[in-house]
Design a protein around this ligand. Structure first.
Ligand code: SF4
Length: 245
């Protein structure tokens, strides 16, 4: 059965570097990680743009707003009343570390301790916490999301699971084995890139319905892809036989 690292290498070779996460500063990435909950990135971009126009992608400035003042500005991201409260929780927490990623890291004993502090905030679940840790703080955590679950359930159903931490640990162990000489920064780079590649794949070919396996770089490895390619080949064969005189 196809492996995780095999998929990573094929995707990296065929899709090229992702340069994720879209965001000019760690704080902008933190804001994006909240805004992207239950919505498309297009909607997030519109909300981020509204914040940028008002110069609110600066933590001190965002902190000076009330949740009620913030909500209409991020309306396009959906659930804006909830998200404005979540953003306020996050910015209040960040304030206790002088809005400094370095202070956050030095004030905790480990990455998992920071993760646990983030998970204690109302509105921050595992996916949001890991997005902040990997993409804003550059710490070695792999982000699991619906794209990851969907892709793996097709690619290798034997490995697939809906449990966030089980799937995260499956990927983490595969990378730790394959790149054992890498330091934490090297591993962060792999987790950063692999998650980005899976999301790009989810948009391009491995879509929710009717995945475009014929155009997918994983079609020769993926369980579902191989089956769907075989099915279309036999459909073509049947069609040509039925046309024969
Ligand atoms: S071959 Fe098809 S099912 Fe497999 S990863 Fe690609 S698009 Fe998804």
């Amino acid at each position: 059965m196809p492996g995780i690292i095999q998929a990573y290498k094929t995707l990296a070779k065929n899709l090229g570097p992702s340069n994720w996460w879209p965001g000019e500063t760690p704080f902008e990435v933190m804001v994006g990680a909240i805004l992207t909950q239950n919505t498309s990135w297009k909607n997030v971009e519109r909300a981020i743009e509204q914040l940028r126009i008002r110069d609110l992608l600066v933590p001190e400035k965002l902190h000076s707003l009330t949740a009620e003042e913030l909500a209409p500005i991020i309306r396009s991201s959906g659930y804006f009343n909830q998200k404005s409260r979540k953003l306020k929780n996050l910015v209040n927490w960040f304030r206790t570390y002088n809005y400094s990623v370095t202070d956050v890291i030095s004030d905790h004993r480990s990455t998992l301790e920071i993760r646990s502090a983030l998970l204690d905030l109302n509105g921050v679940g595992p996916e949001t916490a890991d997005s902040i840790l990997c993409y804003a703080f550059a710490l070695p955590l792999f982000v699991v999301d619906t794209y990851t679950v969907r892709w793996l359930s097709r690619y290798n159903p034997q490995l697939a699971t809906n449990d966030y931490h089980e799937l995260q640990s499956l990927v983490t162990h595969a990378f730790q084995r394959a790149y054992k000489s890498d330091n934490p920064a090297g591993l962060t780079g792999h987790y950063n890139e692999f998650h980005a590649l899976i999301v790009r794949l989810g948009y391009a070919t491995c879509t929710k319905s009717n995945p475009d396996c014929g155009a997918c770089p994983l079609r020769r490895q993926c369980n579902y892809g191989k089956q769907s390619q075989a099915a279309s080949r036999s459909a073509i064969k049947r069609k040509s036989l039925s046309r024969a005189p």
